[in-house]
Ligand binder design. Sequence first.
Ligand SMILES: [Zn+2]
Length: 63
Amino acid sequence: MSQDQVIRIMCPNLGCQRILAVPSNARGKLVRCKGCGTNIRIPNQRQPAEDVPAPEQKSEEAA
Ligand SMILES: [Zn+2]
């Protein structure tokens, strides 16, 4: 399943911001936005620092 993973990336063009779905094998490559033609670089790895907050610190606040 990991081979057919699809990466979703948003076009950085503020006038476009189209969500592009590219195959995972496009990592490290440039893809062209179908909407505006901007070349977008697909990051090689996931960026957990930006995507998901690191679940390291457990906030044990009693609600
Ligand atoms: Zn675009």
